[in-house]
Each structure stands twice: as structure tokens, then as C-alpha cells.
Design a protein around this ligand. Structure first.
Ligand code: URA
Ligand code: SF4
Length: 246
């Protein structure tokens, strides 16, 4: 069982199936992370969400409560979304990896210290995220930080290079493969931007080919930063770009 696909319901692509998906994910053993974590933390939000925000993995609080972005990073994200003018009902939040990966504090303390999921764990868990995106068909996917970026766009992803710009969302089948990274690189090289006024053929549509992706920093990076105010303002800026695209 080196992959979540074995645990996906057969009808995972049915649009009505977010809750079926959630129930199936609760029993996932697609990688070893289920062993030490409390529970699967599936995405949460409106089924009609126009924006899907993708974080790294649940943190300590999320692991205990069973919901994404409910700890300190989540509170900061909620505030930033509100300031950017994105309503809760427009957004769905989820993670690239659905179980909390941690190590125990040295000396047997109680504190559980976050560990970054590795490439194998990201690959194993990706089917859940892809199934969420297929069902939700968001207008914009917001990638929060490097881990989510690598999970969706491959290991060459760099937040510093790609943040803050509305890029075409690569085809879902390509996500996580080098093809997705190439699509993004081409868009960056070509100076492709928000796809707004002056764009070609498919003007005005809401079809999948119009879906966008925007990468930004992770809210936890704001919490850790020395220049916290500037980092926070940058996050709000990027989310404001998303709000304008809706
Ligand atoms: N950080 C994340 O990436 N996701 C969460 O759900 C919480 C903190
Ligand atoms: Fe399954 Fe993802 Fe949890 Fe691994 S991290 S067990 S793939 S839900």
C-alpha cells in the first residue's frame, strides 16, 4: 500500500462525492504517516468554493481536531483571507498531505515537532488532492508554500520565483509531474498573466482550461519571520490578486 489510490472510492470523480471521498480518506493507509497521527485531516469548506487553498499537512492542532488550518497558521490565514476580500464560503482549504508528520521532542517531552513530508509521502497522498480538485473544479488553486508547490508542480518549484502571479492551472493529470512544471515555466517565460482582457479564443468562459494557479508563502512562514508585518502584507497582497480574479 504505497499509494492512496487503493483507498479511493470507485466513483471518486462524481461531482456529488466530496463526503464519500472524506469517509474513504479516513481509512487511508497509502503511506506510513497514518500510523502515528491521530486521524486523517481532509479538506474542508464550501462544495461550491471558487478558490481552493492547498497547505502542506495538518499541524498539531489540526491533527487533534481533525480539521485543516484551525491552529495558529489557520487563524492567520483566515485573517488574511478576510482582508483580501475572500469570503469563507468562497474558499475550500486542504493540504498536500493529509496526515500529521512529526517527531517527539528530544528527551521524551510531550511536544510534537512538525517534520516536512518527503517526496514519497507527497506522491502517495496526491490522489486525494487531485480527487478534491476534480470534484470542486475551482477557478483558482492557491498553493501555500514550498511543500504544496512541490507536490503539485514538482521538485523544481520555488516560491520565490513563482509567487504572486496568476498562472494557468496545469491539467490535473499533469499535476505533480515534470509536465506541470514545464507548463508553469512556459507561462512564466511567455509572460502570461491573469488571462484577463485581451486573452484569446476562450474569453469569458469558466471551463477548466481557464482555471488559474497562484503560489504564495505559507502562513506559518509569516509566523516564523522576523519581518512579520511585511511578510503578512505580502500574503494579503497575493490573496488580493486571487480575489480580483474571481
Ligand atoms: N499548516 C498547513 O500546511 N496546513 C494546516 O492544515 C495547518 C498548518
Ligand atoms: Fe493516506 Fe495521505 Fe495519510 Fe499517507 S498521508 S496514509 S497517503 S491520507
Amino acid at each position: 500500500s504505497q499509494d492512496a489510490r487503493f483507498f479511493l472510492p470507485a466513483d471518486a470523480e462524481d461531482r456529488s462525492n466530496l463526503s464519500t471521498l472524506r469517509h474513504a480518506a479516513a481509512g487511508c493507509r497509502g503511506c506510513d504517516l497514518y500510523r502515528n497521527a491521530t486521524q486523517t485531516v481532509f479538506g474542508e469548506g464550501s462544495p461550491g468554493a471558487r478558490v481552493v487553498l492547498v497547505g502542506e499537512q495538518p499541524g498539531d492542532q489540526e491533527d487533534r481536531q481533525g480539521a485543516p488550518f484551525v491552529g495558529p497558521a489557520g487563524r492567520l490565514l483566515d485573517r488574511a483571507l478576510e482582508e483580501a476580500g475572500i469570503e469563507r464560503g468562497e474558499a475550500y482549504v486542504t493540504n498536500a498531505v493529509k496526515h500529521f508528520k512529526f517527531k517527539r521532542q528530544e528527551g521524551g517531552g510531550k511536544r510534537r515537532i512538525h517534520e516536512t513530508p518527503n517526496a514519497g509521502e507527497m506522491r502517495a497522498c496526491r490522489p486525494w488532492l487531485l480527487a478534491e480538485l476534480r470534484i470542486l473544479e475551482p477557478e483558482v488553486v492557491v498553493v501555500l508554500g514550498a511543500t504544496a508547490g512541490k507536490a503539485l508542480l514538482g521538485s523544481s518549484f520555488r516560491v520565490t520565483k513563482q509567487r504572486g502571479r496568476l498562472l494557468p492551472l496545469p491539467h490535473l493529470d499533469a499535476l505533480g509531474t515534470p509536465a506541470a512544471a514545464r507548463e508553469i515555466d512556459n507561462a512564466l517565460d511567455g509572460g502570461q498573466d491573469d488571462g484577463g482582457a485581451g486573452d484569446s479564443a476562450d474569453e469569458g468562459g469558466r471551463d477548466e482550461s481557464r482555471a488559474r494557479l497562484l503560489a504564495t508563502i505559507h502562513p506559518s512562514a509569516v509566523l516564523r519571520a522576523e519581518d512579520r508585518d511585511a511578510m503578512y502584507a505580502g500574503l494579503v497582497d497575493d490573496l488580493t490578486t486571487v480575489a480580483r480574479a474571481l
